[in-house]
Write a protein that binds this ligand. Sequence first.
Ligand SMILES: [Zn+2]
Length: 491
Amino acid sequence: MHKRKTLTGILIMILFVMTACGHGNSSEPHGTDEAESMLASGKYEKKEKNAETTAAQSVSANEEMNVVSYTEENDEKSVAMYYPEFQQTVIDEQLNEFKTEKLDIFNELIKPGEAAKDFVPQLNMTFEENVLAENIYALQFVIDSYISADSSFTETEIIMVNTETDSVLAGESLLSSNLDSRKHLYNILLENMKSDSSIAPYLDEAKLKSRVYDEANDFSNVRFTNNNLKFKFEQGEIAADAAGKPAVEIPLKDILKAMPENITQLIDGEYIEPSETAEEKPEEEEPKPEPYEIRTLDKNDKMAALTFDDGPDNELTPEVLSLLEKYDARATFFLLGTKVNLFPEIVEQTIGAGHEVANHTWSHKDLTAISFNEITEEIVRTNDIIRETANVEPLLYRAPFGANTEAVDQYVPMTEVNWDIDTEDWLTYDPVQINQAVKNNISDGDIVLMHDVHDTTAASLGEMLQYLTDEGYQLVTVSEILYYKNEIRAE
Ligand SMILES: [Zn+2]
């Protein structure tokens, strides 16, 4: 860890994208007409988990950073915010302020009378860290909020920090507006697009030029992906409509000339060449990732498959795992890539305990509302990080909100898994009702939907496992239930 010298002035950051997003026809997290009365009647005494903040273990190979999780869960709201902490005064204070700012906006929006009455408003914040140079991180935050059909939003924001100087970098936009910089940027975008067969035939060079040279354009939808900058354009913005929403990724080192000096000075010369660092490491013989191995079971025994979506969570997943172990039960966890990135050790723990892990996309987007390119990114990135983290090959995926179309399904080369029983744990937050849903509906070969991100779900699980065990159910993974119970499931 490189320790402090001077405190440079606080600059500020950069990119801000805000898009309205509808979560209409979904059957998973949000809202039904009955919800309000269910919430009113299901007066479960929740252990007050208000404003609880815990520091989790450090993530990735980066010993400087901890992940802080801030959660609030009650009848009025469900908040889960993850952000980093570097043990550095200025940076940590700014990141904490950033979190508070987002929370305040959300709290303002859900004031009595403002929020929809048919579901509990949710606020989620996750982040990815991109190492730009030694000590320089681009922290990319995704903030999702579901308040009502009209006021739900997704924001992406990037905050750059320098951990050597304990400072937050900002003040100017990431891409300079001076003529030389824009010229450089134009040439590099043009070169990349010309060599991209999905864009080249449709490219309108004049449109691209006027877009790039437009001083008012701050490229607010540029985002980091590893050591690249990804430029996304709207349909028709720089190419014919047939190109869809064109996107290109430019290696950061190629684009330094287009960035303001205060940023390039920090990065220049310190930029970590990915291929160089990769070559320094001796090639380790990693075993090839294998899918979950189906156990030898008697197909005439009663079986049920418990599934947990939206994790891993650093607190609740371990709780769920220890209950499953107590009952010798196996389960399937549909993971979000963003959370795998934050809590890789929890995924290793899950695999180590014999459970199956599967793909629930990178950032929980509605797959029916995004382009096929974006769908691929959501699915592929998640499979990649699961392979890297746990060396297993996921074969199953579940679409966020259960929102899917045949076109999407045909586009994703994995087995889609829905559920037979929705415990509605995301709606009732009530262990009594969660267990009732299982007891009233369970039959041989069923798949049960839950979420290991609610403390009320974890609180319901002991009783559920006891009940199912008493009823003679063997608790197996989804791959196992598909393998052994295909015939009754098809009926
Ligand atoms: Zn989900």
